[in-house]
Design a protein around this ligand. Structure first.
Ligand code: FAD
Ligand code: COM
Length: 525
């Protein structure tokens, strides 16, 4: 261990994680002064097997895997770090904001009791949390660069835009690089509202929020959108004490597959004071004399509305960044702009592959990383086949919401004998019950029982197999990613009831299954 450290330390290009952090900060501040950050084994005469254009999750994981398989890769990114949008403006800030939303909801629910301060009428700073993120994000960036260079032996050029010359050739930082294959890993960018006023001061999306927020948002916030990002950021703004109106073109959180679970999540959002208008289209944003947002004009089922707003957050989805590849190579794209690939991640152009958000939905980390890896394997001669299907999913409101498989409604449409285990049970007396109770919901369970979460297991009573699982609470996401594999392999209520729970566990599925598994004819619980 010590020898390895000394050996790396004597390498003139070696940087500690702290040194990487300083270099990245400097490069983000003054990209042209720092210039390209180059880690290429110039003495290595082998040709590159692949050049990954874009060093986000897809390009970085693909690079690491190709290298591990014994190949030679190069990854180029215009940012001065590897890891891409996830640690810079997407998943990581979203998790920080969602954690703040959960903490603040707890503080408000227990305001002035126990050890909680009186939160009545109190608004907390959004900008301070954004600034905290900006200061903290270079640590993870530095780890990505250190790990990629020193531990994964990845070759890279960072802080330099790549220009595609042909299906084997790329230019970056004034150098021309050739490879057997190109892997397009350019990611996606936020869709901007196509309406007058969308460029006004005070109108943000997830990327500009963390890059350019320079003043504290006022009390009136309008969120445009109804998917994951809209809800995650909307709940955070609400939890800080802002009045949040959500303008949703179709149905809020349509992606949650189970009706009860979706209803529980949305009821709690409304209870926190969020105003949700479905079927609404924002048609214009109007500014004040200083060019700052003042109002949002929306067409709604109840007629046109003008909503006062000091801050507008738009979350209309992401569009794959495919244009450079279309212009340079003519790769085929679909109507959403996603690069079309086959199961080997090959595009319509020979020797050109595409991965990650660039190939469209689902735009999630698991797919970015896995598609990068599968492309690497294909390039190195393996026969691979990748099409994401049946993945577990999650989002945050003030809670964490996780799900896998079928919702109850979908299950009833496909199976004759659907059995439901849920917590809390249906309660005709309307008395709020302090269950489920678990990590991070114990205070709610005792004092605000209806806030302690919701869980549901959907079973096929004939085969006894689990068809779906749904959870609102905290700490279950991890279990869902493993549980999903078992469900895909045919997990039954009997096998679930045989597992050993770590009581009190975030998901009550094991104990609920054990209570019912003795029945030959399964029954609801
Ligand atoms: P990116 O990470 O965007 O990488 C693309 C890279 O290409 C960038 O680094 C960019 O600098 C580089 N690039 C572009 N053009 C060039 C060029 N010409 N030359 C050189 N480099 C170039 N997913 C989850 O699984 N969990 C979450 O909690 C989650 N939260 C999210 C929250 C938000 C707000 C958003 C928007 C997304 C979230 N996602 C989440 C999705 C996840 O962030 C993406 O699926 C993932 O980061 C995509 O990785 P990628 O490598 O395809 O793209
Ligand atoms: C994680 C970035 S935030 S990466 O997927 O490890 O590259």
């Amino acid at each position: 261990m010590v020898d390895q450290f000394v050996a790396k330390g004597s390498d003139p290009s070696f940087l500690t994680i702290e040194q990487w952090a300083r270099k990245i900060e400097e490069a983000l501040e003054k990209p042209n002064i720092v210039g390209p950050i180059r880690n290429i084994r110039d003495g290595d005469r082998r040709e590159f097997d692949a050049i990954f254009i874009g060093g986000g999750a897809a390009g970085r994981f693909g690079s690491a895997y190709l290298r591990a398989l014994g190949g030679r890769q190069l990854v180029i990114d215009r940012w001065p770090f590897l890891g891409g949008s996830c640690p810079h403006n997407a998943c990581v800030p979203h998790h920080l904001f969602s954690e703040c939303a959960a903490e603040l909801m707890l503080a408000r629910a227990f305001s002035g009791t126990l050890w909680f301060p009186d939160m009545t009428g109190r608004t907390t700073s959004i900008k301070e949390v954004v600034d905290l993120f900006r200061r903290g994000r270079t640590g993870p960036h530095a780890v990505m660069n250190y790990q990629s260079k020193e531990q994964l032996d990845i070759e890279f050029v960072l802080n330099a835009s790549a220009r595609i010359l042909d299906a084997h050739t790329v230019e970056a930082a004034g150098e021309v690089f050739r490879a057997r294959a190109l892997v397009l890993a350019l990611g996606a960018e936020p869709v901007r509202l196509d309406a007058p006023g969308s460029e006004l001061d005070g109108v943000h999306d997830y990327a500009t929020l963390v890059e350019t927020l320079d003043r504290e948002p006022g009390d009136a916030v309008v969120v445009i959108g109804g998917g994951k990002t809209a809800v995650e950021y909307g709940c955070f703004f609400n939890a800080t004490g802002r009045h949040v109106v959500m303008l949703v073109r179709s149905r809020l959180l349509d992606l949650i597959r189970d009706g009860d679970t979706r209803a529980y999540a949305i009821d709690r959002m409304r209870e926190q004071g969020m105003e949700i208008i479905e079927g609404a289209t924002a048609s214009a944003i109007i500014g004040d004399a200083s060019g700052h947002v003042a109002r949002v004009v929306a067409e709604t089922p109840a007629g046109p509305l003008q909503i006062d707003a000091d801050f507008v957050f738009q979350a209309l989805g992401e569009r794959p960044r495919s244009r450079p590849a279309v212009e340079a190579l003519g790769v085929a794209v679909d109507d959403s702009g996603a690069v079309v690939v086959d199961e080997q991640l090959r595009t319509s152009v020979a020797d050109v592959y595409a991965v990650g958000d660039l190939i469209g939905a689902p735009m999630e980390m698991f797919k970015a990383r896995k598609s990068g890896v599968y492309a690497a394997r294909a390039i190195m001669g393996e026969k691979v086949s990748y099409r994401p299907s049946d993945w577990p999913d999650f989002l945050h409101t003030h809670y964490e919401v996780s799900w896998l498989g079928l919702g109850e409604e979908e299950a009833r449409a496909r199976f004759l004998n659907v059995v439901i285990l849920k917590m809390p049970p249906d309660n005709p007396n309307g008395l709020a019950i302090g269950l489920p109770a678990s990590d991070r919901t114990m205070l709610y369970a005792m004092a605000r029982p209806h806030m302690s979460g919701f869980q549901k297991l959907v079973l096929d009573g004939d085969t006894r197999r689990v068809l779906g699982a749904h959870h609102v609470g905290y700490g279950a996401k991890d279990a869902f990613q493993y549980l999903n594999v078992l469900v895909q392999r045919g997990l039954t209520i009997d096998e679930l009831g045989e597992m050993d729970e770590l009581f009190l566990n975030p998901t009550h599925f094991i104990q609920l299954s054990r209570l019912r598994a003795g029945h030959r004819e399964l029954r609801n619980l």
